[in-house]
Design a protein around this ligand. Structure first.
Ligand code: GLY
Length: 257
């Protein structure tokens, strides 16, 4: 069974970190209702959703993906690159502890889960403004013990690696070729986003369905034409906080009770 940890949108989201976007007003109520629709979609696709309470003092805390990477064998608690996000770890550790042995990225390394793309036993990690070589080496030391191969890829022109590439099924990636070279991610079939929608790559794959953002209809059509079952969700207010679909959940395979 798939367990999904989410967190309610913080009332402080208007003060979120921004790296590549200009600050524009975020409607908190709309953000909350879009987030609720996202949770309903992943629940409808079979995930058991555990929503953590909102964190009034942690603006980016809805983006739970950045704080941990959950592998079958271990959950790696990250050390987010933005200092303002490090307080998000305590409650995520508590939520993950019943499901996985925990390991941690420590000082001085930094790593955001949004930079970590797991495809089978291969893990690509973006070297970005949030994830540095020290954090990646610490991650590698943990992951290789469990039989994973870790590859570092330089991220250009976006916040995280998964801003520009994500999985649409076990063998196929969706990417923006202007920011990620398919050669950087060997042994995978690559679909490309519509060139007018460079930010469309961050989709969430869940039980054979691809959850995609409503802002990118041309890429949604491309995915459907390629034979993928696509569900569309509106996340425009969360996108203003430089977050996307994978950011809003931590997915954990758990044994059936
Ligand atoms: N606002 C999302 C982040 O910077 O982590």
């Amino acid at each position: 069974m798939l367990h999904a940890i989410t967190r309610a949108v913080s009332p402080a989201i208007v003060d979120c970190e921004l790296t590549h976007l200009e600050r524009t007003p975020i409607d908190l109520e709309v953000a909350r209702s879009q987030h609720a629709a996202y949770e309903a979609t992943i629940a409808d696709l079979g995930a058991r959703v555990q929503q953590l309470p909102a964190e009034p003092d942690l603006p980016d805390s809805v983006f739970v993906e950045d704080v941990a990477v959950v592998l079958d064998e271990v959950a790696i608690i990250t050390r987010p690159g933005a200092a303002s996000r490090r307080g998000e770890r305590t409650t995520i550790e508590e939520a993950l502890a019943p499901h996985r042995h925990l390991a941690r990225i420590g000082t001085p390394g930094t790593l955001d889960g949004g930079d970590v793309l797991v495809t089978g036993r291969d893990i690509a990690i973006g070297i970005s403004s949030r994830s540095d070589l020290e954090g990646i080496e610490q991650f590698r030391a943990i992951a290789v013990r469990h039989g994973y191969r870790v590859h570092a890829i330089r991220v250009r022109g976006c916040l995280h690696l998964k801003s520009a590439v994500a999985s649409v099924d076990d063998d196929t990636l969706l990417l923006d070729p202007d920011r990620i070279r398919p050669d950087d991610l060997p042994n995978r079939r690559c679909l490309t986003v519509d060139p007018r929608e460079p930010d469309a790559a961050n989709v969430l794959q869940l039980d054979g369905t691809v959850v995609a953002a409503a802002a990118f209809p041309r890429t949604v059509d491309k995915l459907a034409d390629a034979g993928h079952d696509v569900r569309v969700v509106e996340v425009s207010e969360l996108a203003k906080a430089e977050g996307a679909l994978t950011c809003c959940s931590l997915l954990i395979d758990v044994p059936q009770p």
